[in-house]
Design a protein around this ligand. Structure first.
Ligand code: PLP
Length: 418
């Protein structure tokens, strides 16, 4: 099969633009006429430093990142950020009360908004680190769930009245787009499904996981965030690099904080200050992932109309697909798993078929998947933890591919009906 013959709708790692991959293939063999491939160049040489600088400049331009924030490239995936966020934010909080002696320092509260599988995992990691499993250990923080939609199977984001924030929390954490559950905070700040910025106490730092919606549309109130991170492998580039956008005053010496007592020592590679002080080159970076990411960023600026153009296309794609699914839902053929329209993800569209059908063999879902496979749709089976179908329509999935999926759904629905 040729790339052009399939519609790859994988949730991650996900497709990348073909022209970018063609360019990357050349760079892999011979970067910019150096006679050496990009993975064969010293990460401390001027060529690679140039790539990191260009990636940062393009990202700043695309997302309008203010000068108050640093941009870092690191490793360990989104999962490592679950731990890094906790350790660095605790250190920042401790340094703000430097004068309080260790014996009088009480562990802070950290607030988590839990809207799906990834924010659940992030809060679980915070709990694991907050309560050391050693005998008689003191808790390092109180992990508080400021709101969760778990009781309704993550079918929406919390309603305003459901949030319960802590006044002096060390930070508030949320996941902007829940890749597995297909739930996303609304991009329009006036929507009831938007991140409740107005309810979060002013001095409390806000941390966001943007892994699966990064550079798919502008980030509302980017300046209000203390930290935003995103693993590359959906919209940005190959797995291996994580982007961290962090307010510069949060770049603190975690050792200094640990010496004051009450906060743990942070592994060196996880300290944001170390990464920033070394221009993201403290240790050997994931050179290929950063290189491809830089090409993707350039491509979005030069060929896709920047964030405004990308947003427009993504909105069209999502509207088309949800409209077709709502029609099938009215016929009783499918159920969209996110009931609140405003909280439906533009990136990961999730639905179930067959809820009432006990017969495994003849299930509609199997027929749907088999037919989809024959039409070239790939990797659309829902995550193993939730089942159903998930079409991930990231930046590199074209409007035409989504239109073809819509046609397929309509034809399938018509055939099922008779
Ligand atoms: N956060 C979100 C929203 C994700 O979608 C993922 C992975 O898909 C992660 C975090 C974890 O990222 P990683 O697999 O890079 O550790």
């Amino acid at each position: 099969l040729n790339r052009a013959e399939v519609h790859n709708m994988a949730a991650g790692p996900s497709p990348l633009p073909t022209s970018v991959l063609q360019q990357a293939a050349k760079g892999l063999l011979n970067y910019n006429g150096t006679g050496m491939g990009v993975c064969e160049l010293s990460h401390r040489g001027k060529e690679f430093k140039g790539i990191v600088e260009k990636a940062e400049a393009d990202l700043r331009e695309l997302l309008q990142i203010p000068d108050s924030h640093a941009v870092l490239f690191t490793q360990g995936g989104g999962t490592t950020q679950f731990s890094s966020v906790f350790l660095n934010m605790l250190a920042y909080h401790r340094l703000k009360s430097k004068d309080v002696p260790a014996e009088q320092y009480s562990p802070p509260t950290v607030d988590y908004i839990v809207t799906g599988a990834w924010s659940s995992k992030a809060s679980a990691e915070a709990k694991r680190l907050a309560v050391p499993p050693t005998p008689n250990a003191q808790a390092l923080a109180n992990v508080h769930i400021a709101a969760t939609t778990k009781p309704t199977k993550f079918n929406r984001v919390p309603r305003k009245e459901e949030y319960n924030f802590t006044n002096d929390a060390a930070y508030v954490y949320y996941c902007e787009n829940e890749t597995i559950n297909g739930v996303q905070f609304a991009g329009d700040v006036d929507s009831p499904a938007a991140v409740p910025f107005d309810l979060i106490p002013n001095d409390v730092p806000i941390v966001a996981d943007y892994s699966s919606s990064f550079i798919s549309r502008p980030i509302p109130h980017i300046e209000r965030h203390a930290l935003i991170y995103a693993g590359a492998q959906k919209n940005l580039g190959p797995a291996g690099v994580v982007v961290v956008i962090v307010r510069k005053d949060l770049l603190v010496d975690t050792n200094e904080a640990a010496l004051l007592g009450g906060v743990p020592v942070c592994p060196i590679e996880l300290e944001y200050k170390i990464l920033a002080d070394n221009g993201s080159l403290y240790n050997t970076p994931p050179v290929f992932s950063i290189y491809v990411s830089q090409l993707v960023l350039r491509y979005l600026i030069e060929e896709k109309g920047g964030m405004a153009g990308v947003k427009e296309t993504n909105e069209k794609k999502a509207k088309l697909l949800y409209a077709a699914l709502e029609e099938a839902e009215r016929k009783g053929l499918v159920r969209l798993t996110v009931s609140d329209r405003e909280a439906r993800s533009w990136m990961n569209v999730t639905w179930v078929i067959d809820e009432a059908d006990g017969d495994e063999e003849s299930s509609r879902e199997k027929r749907f998947l088999k037919g989809a496979e024959a039409q070239g749709f790939r990797q659309i089976k829902g995550h193993r933890s939730v089942g159903g179908i998930r079409a991930s329509i990231y930046n590199a999935v074209s409007l035409e591919s989504v239109q073809e999926l819509v046609n397929y759904i309509k034809n399938w629905a018509a055939a099922e009906k008779w």
